[in-house]
Design a protein around this ligand. Structure first.
Ligand SMILES: [Zn+2]
Length: 128
């Protein structure tokens, strides 16, 4: 049997039983699940999921969806997504370290992301 694709979010679970259900329409139940599924979406070059889960009030939200999609895709394909570590969570924030490589350059970063629940769906608002 082929080994199932491990989820890029680093959960240790197969993608099919981890972030894929969120990428195909199931609302992520927690900010952490949403954050993980957004990391996976970046890793798998799924810009529409990133746009769909970004709050319209977010500084990252762009009105020109074609340009935004191209920006997201350029990031996804220009960086290697090595891993993700969730460091802390509260009821509406997730602090994480994203381990990323751009060629041989380490472009990893730590961020505390804020999320807001709108009509039953968690959305990414901002990070610092
Ligand atoms: Zn996952």
């Amino acid at each position: 049997m082929p080994t199932p694709l491990p989820c890029p979010c680093g959960s240790g679970k197969p993608y099919a039983g981890c972030c894929r259900p969120y990428h195909t329409g199931k609302p992520a139940p927690t900010p952490e699940a949403l954050m993980r599924s957004r990391y996976s979406a970046y890793a798998l070059d799924k810009p529409d999921y990133i746009m769909h889960t970004t709050h319209p009030r977010s500084p990252h939200w762009q009105p020109d969806r074609t340009a935004w999609r191209a920006d997201l895709s350029a990031f996804s394909t220009g960086v290697r997504f090595v891993g993700l570590r969730v460091l802390a969570t509260t009821e509406n924030t997730v602090t994480f370290r994203a381990i990323l490589m751009q060629g041989t350059r380490d472009v990893s970063f730590t961020e505390r992301s804020t999320f807001e629940r709108v009509d039953g769906r968690w959305l990414y608002v901002s990070g610092a």
